[in-house]
Design a protein around this ligand. Structure first.
Ligand code: ADP
Length: 486
């Protein structure tokens, strides 16, 4: 695949492509081939503070633009993203490894957030409030909150950027974004297209850094009095650090943290539909999404036939390989840490009575490729039930009653996505009500984070909503205005 003109090796700050002040760089490796994709600046606090100052200066004029002006630029950005869809997808697959087809879908999904919020910008309305006293008029103004600091993960390197920056820019906020160290190129490519679309200097800024410097950059963003809002997607542990650090300057937070999704199949379910749902929900992106099924619970009468059909579907549909191989449906894991984690989960499950039906080890392709793995006889006290596996491993637990399944499903501090399959309509209403998650698939495993649906978790899975008609509120504050003496 040819190197694209969108593959940028500098950071984008105040409308310029720049290096770190100390000229340090770090390399980004293609997890599939081990080849170097490129190198980008390894920035620290001083560089980040400069980007924040640029975003703050730009905010003073960007907030004064009309919603229609912002809408027009965002629409141009959206059109450019789709025009360059293939190049963006190639960059994504190179830096992250996901199959090219899935990368193309991610670009479509990412662009849809820009398109949607371009329109939503024009529908922000305040209120005229009935006055309790004569001679006064009361209003609620909705205003952009200010500079938004953003930290994004590697598993959805394109759409996480558009999903966060699209809405912030639409609301009239400006952005300083730090992409994950494994996948900075998708974010930088979006800056190039943003510039072509017409964002003025300082409105959209991307600062890259290595893992060693992530805490320094994160700290600069969280402690700057010029930053009003933090939006983070990543691990619960890091989310908690940011929340604590951001407390020093009392920022508004949107956090989308780890999940531990239950996937329940009741005896009444359509077994083929449930199997198809599990294959998508567990193995898309090699199991590396926060809404991937993690704790799979199947009722006793259904258990054997479900497991048998999952084995057949996995053998038929899952093809491990390089993301550019047309047959590939399961790419590599992001790094060796991820491989060690799934190995640990498998070892724990097998030493506690789990039965290995498929896979179980590193793939013969080497590197970070891992065999799609299926384990039966799993139990709710195994390690994979307490932390996300984030890999192509499915372990299936047998349960007897609805009460038992919902109790296990809710027995976690996470509450992002959940899924269940049932054809008993009373059970559907009961269980939908009981499962404590922010996003629920009922007889549906392909819960794509579409822009129309509100996406956000409960408990330690997060704060706030992304996408939907609610998403833009996260970037606005309400100012109460009282005009007296009338
Ligand atoms: P993962 O373990 O999946 O990489 P993380 O939560 O560690 O998930 O990473 C998500 C994002 O958070 C990445 O952009 C990463 O660089 C960033 N990050 C990691 N540690 C910190 C930190 N201490 N402060 C700020 N950002 C961080």
């Amino acid at each position: 695949m040819s190197v694209s003109s969108l593959l940028k090796n500098k950071c984008y700050v105040n409308g310029k492509w720049i290096s770190a002040k100390d000229r340090t760089v770090f390399v980004v490796i293609n997890p599939s081939t081990g080849e170097i994709v490129g190198e980008v600046p390894d920035m620290i606090e001083g560089d980040t503070n400069e980007a924040i100052a640029a975003a703050d200066a730009a905010f003073q004029t960007w907030r004064q633009t009309t919603a229609k002006e912002r809408c027009q630029i965002l629409h141009k950005w959206h059109d450019l993203i789709l025009k360059h869809k293939e190049e963006l997808a190639v960059i994504l697959t190179k830096e992250m490894g996901k199959p090219l087809k899935q990368s193309m879908l991610e670009i479509d999904n990412g662009a849809s957030f820009v398109d949607w919020f371009a329109e939503e910008a024009r529908r922000v309305c305040g209120d005229v409030i009935t006055t309790p006293a004569k001679g006064r008029k009361l209003f609620a103004f909705k205003q952009p909150i200010g500079v938004a600091g953003m930290i994004t993960p590697w598993n959805v390197p394109h759409a996480m950027v558009t999903r966060k920056a699209g809405v912030a820019l639409a609301a009239g906020c400006t952005v300083v974004l730090k992409p994950a160290e494994d996948t900075p190129f998708s974010a930088l490519a979006l800056c190039e297209l943003g510039e072509q679309a017409g964002f003025p200097p300082g409105v959209l800024n991307v600062v890259t850094c290595s893992r060693q410097n992530a805490a320094k950059v994160g700290n600069a963003i969280c402690t700057s009095p010029l930053v009003a809002k933090i939006s983070f997607t990543g691990s619960t542990a890091v989310g908690k650090i940011l929340l604590k650090t951001g407390a020093s300057t009392v920022k508004k937070f949107s956090l989308e943290l780890g999940g531990n999704a239950p996937f329940i199949v009741f005896d009444s379910a359509d077994v083929d539909r449930a199997v198809a749902g599990l294959i998508v929900c567990k193995f898309r992106n090699s199991g590396q999404t926060c809404i991937s099924a993690n704790r799979i619970l199947v009722q006793e009468k259904m258990y054997d036939s479900f497991v048998e059909k999952v084995v057949a579907a996995m053998k038929e549909q899952l093809h491990v390989g390089d993301g550019f191989d047309a047959k590939c449906t399961v790419g590599p894991l992001i790094n060796q840490r991820a491989v060690e984690k799934v190995e640990n989960h498998i070892k724990n499950a097998l030493s506690n009575g789990g039965k290995l039906l498929l896979g179980g080890k590193r793939h013969k392709l080497g590197g970070t490729f891992f065999e799609p793995t299926l384990i039966s006889n799993a139990t709710a006290d195994m390690l994979f039930c307490t932390e996300e596996t984030f890999a192509p491993m499915a372990a299936i637990i047998k349960f007897k009653t609805e009460e038992e399944a919902t109790r296990i499903a809710n027995d976690t501090r996470s509450g992002l996505a959940g899924y269940f399959y049932s054809n008993d309509h009373q059970q559907i209403w009961r269980v939908a009500d009981k499962i404590n998650v922010g996003i629920l698939g009922v007889n549906e495993g392909a819960l794509v984070a579409c822009v129309e649906g509100p996406f956000g978790g409960v408990k330690e899975s997060g704060i706030g909503i992304e996408g939907s008609k609610y998403g833009i509120e996260e970037y606005l504050h309400i100012k109460y205005v009282c005009i007296g003496g009338l």
